[in-house]
Design a binder for this molecule. Structure first.
Ligand code: TZP
Ligand code: MG
Length: 240
């Protein structure tokens, strides 16, 4: 088990999925809320089979992020879905989230070197790190990250300033990264096959899910195809 969080609510908690079982990593991104409550989106993502949910709130105050995290956490816990807080280590710790996701600058740029330094005796907080190329991936692995983000694969309006790393970096990750890693950036149901063909078996999708007419249905479509790809690997490996 990769984590059990302990937020003081009365919702019965399902066992949190191990990170190695996580395939579809979905987001509650405040830039895609369009008036919808964060906890409602979290519920729809869980219903659709998201395995992990990140709260990404680039323009929100600390207090707003804390409030959203506290509203989402009972929903994710009920489904056994891990909650990841983007950028805000202090809030991830305070609310008892399962993981914190940090960029290169947030982690290495802040002088941090080891994922273990973020944990304490009472906390099993996991760390995800964004990486944009092989050198960053090697450094993140050496730091003890629990998972890597590999992207942005394609240009995306959700992170407009970031240059695409292309499928070449996805292929490199498939050949070289032994911990869970998630391809991210501009991934849609239309280009998913190309991302899978490059070797990804775990993906993040933000706008393709949150801007879909039916959020849960969009999740289900991604999830089915990710599970099919993983299932095909397993049957090749067993010779069937
Ligand atoms: N990191 C790299 S690309 C990206 C982040 C947070 C945004 C992904 O969003 P979308 O809408 O799935 O392209
Ligand atoms: Mg960041």
């Amino acid at each position: 088990m990769w984590c059990h969080s302990h937020f003081g609510d009365t919702t019965p908690a399902a066992a949190t999925k191990p990170l190695s079982d996580c395939r579809l990593y979905a987001f509650v991104d405040t830039s895609c809320l369009r008036g919808r409550a964060p906890e409602r989106l979290a519920r729809e993502l869980c219903e659709g089979g998201a395995d992990l949910i990140q709260l990404r709130a680039k323009l929100s105050s600390l207090e707003e992020v804390r409030r959203m995290a506290q509203a989402i956490l009972p929903v994710t816990r009920q489904s056994g879905v891990g909650l990841v807080i983007n950028d805000h280590l202090s809030i991830a710790r305070e609310v008892g989230a399962d993981a914190c996701h940090l960029g290169q600058e947030d982690f290495f740029g802040a002088g941090l070197e080891r994922a273990a330094s973020l944990r304490s005796a009472s906390s099993t907080l996991r760390l995800g790190l964004s990486t944009h190329g092989p050198e960053q991936a090697k450094r993140a692995l050496a730091a003890g990250a629990d998972y890597l983000g590999i992207g942005p694969v394609y240009a995306t309006g959700t992170k407009p300033q970031a240059a695409p790393v292309t499928l070449e970096y996805v292929r490199w990750a498939a050949a070289n990264v032994a911990i869970p890693w998630f391809a991210i950036g501009g991934i849609t149901l239309d280009n998913l096959d190309a991302v899978l063909a490059a070797g990804a078996r775990r993906i993040c999708a933000v706008s393709a899910i949150l801007n879909a007419p039916d959020v849960a249905a969009a999740c289900r479509q991604f999830k089915e195809r990710l599970l099919a790809a993983a299932g095909a690997d397993a049957s090749h490996a067993s010779g069937h």
